[in-house]
Design a protein around this ligand. Structure first.
Ligand code: BT5
Length: 327
């Protein structure tokens, strides 16, 4: 058993014991190692910020856990089938998408999740920047290897959008909405952004990286001044601190369930869930496409995921890529 999975098992046993004691003998039996080897891993957990009490006749007891996104904390009791089967955590990365892409090139299995506490060059779409301060938010990239032609890869953006909304609902009770194609809004402000990238052959996807950035505890003074769209964090919107660990575990579970549903039943259930949360349906918008700007009213989402916008002369435009804002 690797030291990381040993610590995952220890945290799992603490979780099962609620606030009770777990004996040193039980730990050494579960881990299949000596009691001094158990103690060594307890010391590592303490260095990571876990407060663990040791009482000679009773064993160990977890008093407080840090809001850590390390694999051992995330994986304990996670029980997902595919998303999060492996987790890599870094205190700092240029971009989790770049790291996950490199892992994909190197042959990593599907389900790998790359997480960073901070990004030095967090990527938005079209070369834009994603503000990624340390200690407050979630920056994650999930590696998937669906059997798919490249032109169908954008389907997975809808899947990650719905998963983020469900995690927001579950953890905060706030009603999260989706703004086509890749923004998640709370109270009309952007709280999360998605950046999905892929590696492909002409007719087959090698792998897809689902990049997910969620503003969890970001404070008002941590946002850049020149935002393209009004932004917020879940802590600002809900007026309470958000556990990064709870949020991330919830997100990985929803992603896992949606990915399984998508593979079994195709895109339509995901699109139905997306449509229910559409922030802009029925509203007047301006859409900036690469070479033109369209004004009109959002009708909804086509079955292929295109945004349908009805212009003043009654034409319905099918938009596959662009930036939308309400007017
Ligand atoms: C996005 O781009 O919304 C996609 C963001 C994806 C970020 C994740 S983090 C994990 C993974 N690894 C990466 O390197 N990236 C992904 P876009 O729609 O282009 O929005 C970018 C614009 O949003 C910027 O130009 C800013 O105006 C604004 N912005 C920057 N940081 C923000 C933040 N933290 N919250 C809200 N808005 C932000």
């Amino acid at each position: 058993m690797s030291p990381t999975s040993a610590r995952e098992t220890i945290l799992n046993l603490f979780r099962e014991a609620s606030a009770g004691y777990v004996s040193g003998a039980a730990l050494s039996r579960e881990l299949g190692v000596s009691r001094s080897a158990v103690w060594k891993q307890i010391e590592v957990l303490r260095e990571q910020g876990y407060q663990i009490e040791a009482v000679p006749s009773r064993g160990y007891r977890l008093l407080a856990a840090p809001d850590s996104l390390r694999p051992e904390a995330l994986l304990a009791g996670l029980a997902t089938a595919r998303v999060g089967t492996a987790i890599e955590y870094f205190p700092v990365l240029e971009s989790t998408n770049l790291q996950a892409h490199a892992c994909g090139e190197a042959g990593a299995a599907e389900g790998l999740v790359v997480i960073a506490d901070r990004q030095e060059a967090g990527k938005g779409r079209m070369g834009r920047r994603w503000e990624s301060p340390a200690g407050v938010n979630l920056y994650a990239s999930v590696l998937l290897r669906p059997d798919l032609p490249p032109w169908e890869a954008p389907q997975l953006t809808y899947l990650s959008a719905v998963a983020v909304c469900r995690a927001i609902d579950e953890v905060t009770g706030l009603a999260a909405k989706v703004k086509w194609p890749n923004d998640i809004l709370v109270n009309e402000r952007k709280v999360a952004g998605l950046l999905n990238e892929m590696s492909s052959e002409t007719d087959r996807v090698n792998f897809i990286v689902l990049g997910i950035g969620v503003n969890l505890n970001m404070a008002p003074d941590q946002f850049p001044d020149d935002l393209r769209y009004p932004a917020t964090s879940l802590a600002i919107a809900s007026e309470q601190a958000i556990s990064r660990l709870d949020f991330t575990r919830s997100l990985l579970r929803h992603l896992d369930a949606l990915y399984a549903e998508w593979q079994a039943e195709g895109l339509q259930p995901v699109l139905a869930a997306w449509r229910e949360r559409s922030a802009l349906t029925g509203r007047e918008v301006k859409v900036d496409c690469q070479n033109r700007t369209i004004h009109g009213r959002v009708q909804g989402l086509g079955d292929d995921g295109a945004l349908l916008v009805e212009t003043a002369d009654g034409t319905v435009e099918r938009i596959l890529a662009g930036d939308v804002r309400p007017v």
